[in-house]
Design a protein around this ligand. Structure first.
Ligand SMILES: Nc1ncnc2c1ncn2[C@@H]1O[C@H](COP(=O)(O)OP(=O)(O)O)[C@@H](O)[C@H]1O
Ligand SMILES: [Mg+2]
Length: 264
């Protein structure tokens, strides 16, 4: 876990996607660059293509046209370097917390004792020290999502792709996970892409927000936040409020007046 990535550069060119012939494009003409270790929030109303774009970035789906390159290499399939986390943690209920976290390492052929050491370190990282022997079903939703996070980090991904990962959690748990994921990504040199329709979540987690519009799914606007909003001082709280207002305005430019209030 001491290993630190240098982060991956993501380059997307002229991406279009159509699920079925004759159907409207789910994504159209999307191009952008994401710098190594940058954190991006993909925001927009349901159906604007956020998940489709995320799955294409992960290599889980091929676009109809256009390309995704990571550090110059064309993405043509899934890879342990690019991990997706979903709203549901998808843990295996018959396995302990430690077994769930160590699953990827086991598949990668790591020896038992090395795996155990790494799992311990990963559990510390996600603030679940001492939970290894527990049954995953005994854990709260937030704790289960932390187990999923530890499992995702086990293989040192360069890119972490999150699809509304905290939307099933209560606000307090959600905030602590937002903060922890951001910190872990910064410390570990991981490029983050977070899909969310929650404006506060986008501001809390991202350096930039990509606002998407629907029919066809496209990039409407890119907004950069200057603030580092992790520490929670008064100054940062002010910056947080102002960044949130900027994103709300951008959201309203895309979706019309009053839309930002209904966004989350
Ligand atoms: N598997 C699928 N087959 C056909 N159409 C799909 C599929 N998944 C998504 N779509 C369509 O593509 C568009 C974008 O969907 P999606 O990427 O899930 O949006 P979001 O994540 O922003 O809610 C929607 O019109 C949706 O109905
Ligand atoms: Mg979605």
């Amino acid at each position: 876990m001491k290993r630190r990535n240098i982060g991956a550069h993501i380059s997307v060119r002229d991406l279009c996607h159509r699920y079925r012939r004759h159907e409207e494009l789910a994504l159209s003409g999307i191009s952008f660059e994401i710098k190594p270790c940058e954190s991006i929030a993909l925001v927009g109303r349901s159906g604007c293509g956020k998940s489709t774009l995320l799955h294409i970035l992960a290599g889980l789906m091929s676009p109809t046209s256009g390309s995704v390159r990571i550090d110059g290499a064309l993405v043509s399939g899934p890879s342990p370097d690019r991990i997706v986390m979903f709203q549901q943690p998808h843990l295996l209920p018959w396995m302990s917390v430690a077994q769930n976290v160590g699953l990827g390492l086991k598949f990668a052929g790591e020896a038992r004792h090395e795996r155990d050491e790494k799992v311990k370190e990963l559990l510390r990282l996600v603030d679940l020290d001492g939970f290894g022997a527990r049954n995953v079903q005994e854990l709260s939703g937030g704790q289960q999502q932390r187990v999923a996070l530890a499992r995702s980090l086990a293989t040192h991904p360069e890119v972490l792709l999150l699809d509304e990962p905290f939307s099933a959690l209560d606000p307090v748990t959600r905030r602590s996970l937002q903060r922890d994921v951001r910190r872990i990504a910064l410390d570990g040199g991981i490029t983050l892409v977070v899909v969310t329709h929650d404006i506060a979540e986008a501001v809390a987690m991202a350096d930039r927000a990509f606002i998407m519009a629907p029919n066809p799914g496209r990039l409407a606007e890119i907004l950069k936040f200057d603030a580092d909003l992790l520490a929670g001082t008064d100054r940062e709280r002010e910056m947080f409020v102002s960044a949130k207002a900027q994103l709300e305005s951008a959201f309203e430019r895309t979706y019309g007046r009053g839309s930002a209030a209904a966004a989350d």
